[in-house]
Design a protein around this ligand. Structure first.
Ligand code: IMP
Length: 423
């Protein structure tokens, strides 16, 4: 079986915890898009592990972890992550498989990312990890893949082609002092390549072989569906297909092979970067939820904007991803609230709608219309059985399920692997 788990909101839904919890059932865990812009934190056995590229399934001793062709790979970052995990006692051995078809994020992509975002009239607030520029090169047919790094002499002409326009941009538009030295870039990239040779694989064949041999495969989405390049709130999105459709494109396993799509949603919502969040809280309410949920980016440390659960956004997300079930996280963060709000509609230019707007201007104008629930005002942290949840929490969950017409299959009641309700 091949299942997908992905974020249903604008990222940071607590996917890592759910993926970590589910990994035990699977033999192979695959990442199919994004790059080191993702930041996953997994806490288990009193230890904290932070992941940017490698699937967190690597924490289990016998799981195979794959970085598919759809991921853009910053080799320095990957090497750091491998070293860090090894120093924390994780034996990676031959369990990591990296697609040699995946495109490379070079240091100049990161410089471009920052420079471009600064120059934009309305900046996006990217993570600065070079994601947009690396994917642009791929689409422009100028990208350089991991396999291209093997031979410096073959790599240099590719870099000459790739950097032709960038040299001009760096000099005349970004006014950067960065000198794009092709010899140096090529030799550093080749050194990086040598470090990851043991992990390289022809992953489309490998994954189809696993599938044929009845291995259970879990595809983990990075970011969230709201940041998808096609279906997200463009232009305030990332540059990859973070919705479920991306799993086939970014791995080479055909669309007919996929079974379940589990969407992870936080019991409230957050967003980082410059995109608009219709249900955003203000002032003390915002600070309060941020503190309770510890809503600071794992990759950049930036404070996240926080708001009430946005049913309009979630319903759209369920639809475009074809979600078959939901995992709801961080319910315990709302334990002390007198009242919990759930956005059922937006009001845009005086009209009420439950359709998520396709225009960025309309998203900006959307005023949330809430249905309010009595808070449960008791501790849900660490509860592992649904029937032990307080009655008001159960009423809220029933409404959420009904509104989204999708069953809640998991409820996370704390950061630890064991703080999970299986419904
Ligand atoms: P980029 O992916 O670095 O280009 O950033 C584009 C937008 O996506 C910015 O608003 C980022 O804050 C946001 N973003 C990228 N990766 C993540 C993530 O893993 N979690 C949440 N937001 C993200």
């Amino acid at each position: 079986m091949a299942d997908i788990v992905l974020g249903g909101q604008w990222g940071d839904e607590g996917k890592a915890k759910i993926i970590d919890f589910l990994s035990v059932k699977y033999d192979v865990i695959v990442r199919y898009q994004g790059g080191a812009n993702a930041g996953h934190t997994v806490e288990t056995g009193g230890k904290k592990y932070v992941f940017h590229l490698i699937p967190s399934g690597i924490l289990y001793p016998n799981k195979i972890c794959v970085l598919g062709n759809g991921v853009v790979i910053d080799i320095d970052e990957l090497d750091k992550e491998i070293t860090q995990l090894s120093s924390q006692g994780i034996d990676i051995g031959d369990r990591l498989k990296i697609s040699s078809q995946a495109f490379v994020v070079f240091p100049f992509h990161k410089s471009m990312d920052a420079a471009r975002d600064t120059l934009r009239m309305h900046n996006i607030g990217t993570t600065g990890r070079g994601i947009g520029p690396a994917y642009s090169d791929k689409i422009n047919r100028l990208g350089i893949r991991i396999q291209d790094l093997a031979n410096v002499d073959l790599l240099k002409p590719l870099l000459v082609e790739n950097l032709k326009e960038k040299q001009v941009l760096f000099e005349h538009l970004f006014h950067s002092i960065d000198k794009l030295d092709i010899d140096q870039i090529a030799s550093e990239a080749n050194e990086g390549y040598k470090k990851i040779i043991p992990y390289l694989a022809n992953t489309p064949y490998l994954l189809n072989e696993y599938y044929k041999n009845n291995k259970n495969i879990l595809f983990e989405g990075a970011q969230g569906a709201g940041l998808d390049i096609d279906f997200g709130s463009y232009p305030y999105v990332s540059s990859s297909s973070s919705s479920s459709g991306g799993a086939a494109i970014g791995s080479g396993l055909g669309v007919t092979r996929f079974r379940d799509v589990l969407g992870v949603f936080k019991t409230y919502i957050t967003r980082v970067g410059k995109g608009y969040l219709p249900t955003i809280l203000q002032g003390n309410d915002l600070d309060d939820l941020r503190q309770r949920g510890l809503e600071y980016g794992a990759t950049t440390g930036r404070p996240r904007e926080c708001g009430w659960f946005d049913g309009v956004q979630a319903k759209y997300s369920v639809m475009i991803n074809g979600m078959t079930a939901i995992a709801l996280t961080k319910i315990d963060v709302l334990d002390d609230y007198d009242q919990i709000n759930f956005c059922t509609h937006y009001e845009i230019d005086g009209s009420r709608t439950n359709l998520f707007p396709i225009s960025d201007n309309d998203i900006k104008k959307a005023k949330p219309i809430y249905r309010s629930f009595t808070g449960w005002k008791s501790r849900t942290k660490g509860i592992t059985n649904k029937k032990d949840l307080p009655k008001p929490a159960l009423l809220y969950l029933d409404f959420l399920e009904e509104y989204l017409e999708t069953p809640i299959r998991y409820i996370s009641t704390g950061p630890d692997r064991k703080d999970t309700i299986v419904v």
